[in-house]
Design a binder for this molecule. Structure first.
Ligand code: ADP
Length: 404
């Protein structure tokens, strides 16, 4: 079975084509600058060089058409025909309280995703464009949606409610939803395999540290608490997002700096975090380089970033009353020995003992970076959200075939 995985943003669209017999990626790529006359489509057939084309792509339907054209291209394509695609799986950021797992797309599901536009105005409308674009190009092909929030629907009320008037939850569904769920679920399962223990008896803290960052307390295989909240702004300090701040700062800063709501929202989402403190970059690689060159602001940004992550790890160890392993994943988590070392060096009270050599080694594999003696294991597990989307899509299509 061949499954096309799509992550549609407002002006870009990433894709991967899977062959599910061996879970191989046949091709991947993206279309960027959708809406412009110089949109860039890139295509990477497995094991072959990347192809890049610049053309006018004004909306998502044309972007999907472009992806399909590339997949069946005579010279570099990987499919004989578009009919070879059995299903399409989409990443959808917000599933609200309605979705605790992946589902086949039908009119009710589309209506529900639309209803959630308010909660994820930057993401869900773009995903919907992706779903409609697939429908327009391949009306017969079943589609599945996989939600970033779904894994976190197991959180208990003490984790997901905010201590504000209940009417806001009851009327407007203001609560913690959490994000990166697909990644936290995937790395938790891999962690159990690496530890050779059943996931159902483990207490894990999964740290997904990329441009966006969140950490999750995973108890007995379920999300118990997570650092992102109603939106992906809460929690850890990130590349350009502030993470936790005193909410009273918002009206105060608005008054003092004469900011509109839109401006303060943009400040906290796009002009805060590593970028704001370092004054250099939101990219951890540049922060580390500047630190090494002696830049004090970069050093402060790194220190705050690490400190805030470590505080969450401490909090979640207390929340679960114990901890078996800490898992690092995503761009920074997988690739920065410096961050992992800074965090772990200050967690000796929990029984964390880092194996410095294993931490410094580069590898694309799942691996342990704590010593044999360490009471809490530390793991690095490369995430693979696309694979989870492909697997869920595959499973739902198989279920449907069995039912029919
Ligand atoms: P996204 O949240 O956009 O999916 P990623 O998970 O790909 O992001 O993470 C991207 C971030 O990973 C970059 O901003 C960069 O800071 C960080 N990163 C990538 N490679 C390294 C590295 N070798 N060392 C430190 N940080 C890295």
């Amino acid at each position: 079975m061949k499954i096309l995985v799509i992550n549609a943003g407002s002006s870009s669209l990433k894709f991967q084509l899977y062959s599910m017999e061996n879970e191989a990626v046949l091709a991947k790529g993206k279309v960027e600058r959708i809406g412009m006359d110089s949109a860039i489509a890139s295509f990477e057939p497995d094991g072959k060089p990347e192809i890049r084309e610049v053309s006018e792509i004004l909306e998502h339907t044309s972007a999907i058409r472009k992806v399909l054209d590339m997949l069946v291209h005579k010279q570099y394509g990987v499919l004989g025909s578009i009919q070879d695609i059995d299903a399409v799986g989409h990443r959808v950021v917000h599933g609200g309280e309605s979705f605790s797992g992946s589902v086949l797309v039908d009119e009710d599901v589309k209506r529900e995703i639309k209803r959630l536009f308010d909660l994820a105005p930057l993401h869900n409308p773009a995903h919907m464009l992706g779903i409609h674009a697939v429908e327009a190009n391949m009306p017969e092909v079943p589609q599945v949606v996989v939600f970033d929030t779904a894994f976190h629907q197991t959180m208990p009320p003490q984790s997901y409610l905010y201590p504000i008037p209940m009417v806001l939850y009851k009327k407007h569904k203001i609560r913690r939803y959490g994000f990166h769920g697909t990644s936290h679920a995937y790395v938790s399962e891999r962690a159990a395999m690496l530890l050779q223990r059943p996931l159902q008896e483990l207490k894990l803290i999964s740290c997904h540290i990329g441009n966006g960052a969140s950490c999750t307390a995973v108890m007995n295989g379920k999300s118990y608490d997570t650092s992102m909240g109603m939106t992906p702004l809460e929690g850890l300090m990130m590349g350009t997002r502030s993470g936790d701040i005193d909410p009273a700062i918002v009206p105060y800063a608005m008054g003092k700096e004469d900011l509109t709501l839109g401006e303060v929202n943009s400040m906290l989402n796009k002009h805060s975090g590593l970028m704001a403190i370092s004054g250099i970059s939101s990219d951890m690689r540049e922060i580390l380089e500047s630190m090494e060159a002696g830049d004090k602001n970069a050093a402060l940004a790194f220190e705050m970033y690490e400190y805030r992550l470590r505080k969450y790890i401490g909090a979640y160890a207390a929340a679960m009353n114990g901890l078996d392993a800490i898992v690092f994943t995503a761009g920074v988590g997988e690739n920065s020995p410096a961050l992992r070392k800074a965090v772990c060096t200050n967690l000796t009270f929990l029984g964390v003992e880092l194996d410095e050599q294993a931490n410094a080694a580069r590898s694309p594999e799942d691996r342990r970076i704590s010593t044999e003696r360490s009471r809490v294991q530390v793991l690095v597990i490369p995430t693979n959200e696309e694979l989870v989307i492909a697997r869920d899509t595959h499973q739902l299509i198989l279920n449907r075939l069995n039912v029919v």
